[in-house]
Design a protein around this ligand. Structure first.
Ligand code: PGA
Length: 251
């Protein structure tokens, strides 16, 4: 049985003090919900506050990125070891905003995923097509290539430390959610690709999330789809009530 994972992606929002406030408010609301793993991926500087506030709760803390080298002259970057020592369990890699605005490529996404896994983090690897790609009918090919390149050199055993988030770029932050069928179709395509790379049993165990304008109103329908094993949630993860509703929808 694969795990359902509901993960918030705060992006560049919230300060350390707001982080503490948010998690203290969220924790009692979601304490009784154990069907999904609950994760909040927060800005680097908010991590200590988040880990402290989440201590003893069923909320795990993630980072929004991780560098691929263990240390060195990489101004502005954060290593997996640093994150692990802070109590981080997950790291998003290859988010479309990183690819679009900060020059991430399939190669750097692969390197970052491998570094995260090697340190014991679970890598939440994001893939997804732009609107132009969807309209050109190449969604399946694009997502397959991104998945294959992201997973290059990752062993079957290490797949247990991987989550793939299918995030159509046109649905992120736009309020334009994929239909349940579109989300399920592409998550199933990703699962087929993983089955081809490894085997069917490994693919069946892999958590594949949907992300892109998932919110309190549409989460239940999306999460009910057979190949959608959770969500990566941006805007709606910034409100305690909305994020709680999404966690409950996974129950
Ligand atoms: P959104 O963002 O829920 O605000 O669309 C999702 C994401 O970027 O992970």
């Amino acid at each position: 049985m694969r795990k359902t994972v509901i993960a918030g992606n705060w992006k560049m929002n919230m300060t350390p003090s707001k982080t503490t406030e948010f998690i203290k408010a969220l924790a009692p609301e979601v304490a009784a919900y154990n069907k999904a793993d609950i994760v909040l991926c927060v800005p680097f500087v908010n991590i200590p506050a988040a880990v402290e506030a989440a201590n003893g709760t069923n909320i795990a803390i993630g980072a929004e990125n991780v560098h691929f080298e263990p240390k060195g002259a990489y101004t502005g970057e954060i290593s997996a070891e640093m994150l692990v020592e802070c109590g981080v369990k997950y790291a998003i890699v290859g988010h479309s905003e990183r690819r679009q605005y900060f020059g991430e490529t399939d190669e750097t996404v692969n390197l970052r995923a491998k570094a995260a896994i090697a340190s014991g983090l679970t890598a939440i690897i994001c893939v997804g097509e732009t609107l132009e790609m969807r309209e050109s009918g190449i969604t399946a090919e694009i997502v397959a290539i991104q998945t294959k390149k992201a997973l290059a050199g990752i062993s079957k055993e290490d797949l247990a430390k991987v989550i793939i988030a299918y995030e159509p770029v046109w649905a992120i932050g736009t309020g334009k959610v994929a239909t349940t069928e579109q989300a399920n179709e592409v998550c199933a395509i990703i699962r087929d690709v993983v089955a081809g790379l490894y085997d069917k049993a490994s693919a069946d165990e892999l958590t594949i999330q949907y992300g892109g304008s998932m919110n309190a109103a549409n989460a239940a329908d999306l999460l009910a789809m057979s190949d959608v094993d959770g969500g990566l949630i941006g805007g709606a993860s910034l409100k305690v009530a909305d994020f709680t509703t999404i966690v409950k929808a996974a129950q």
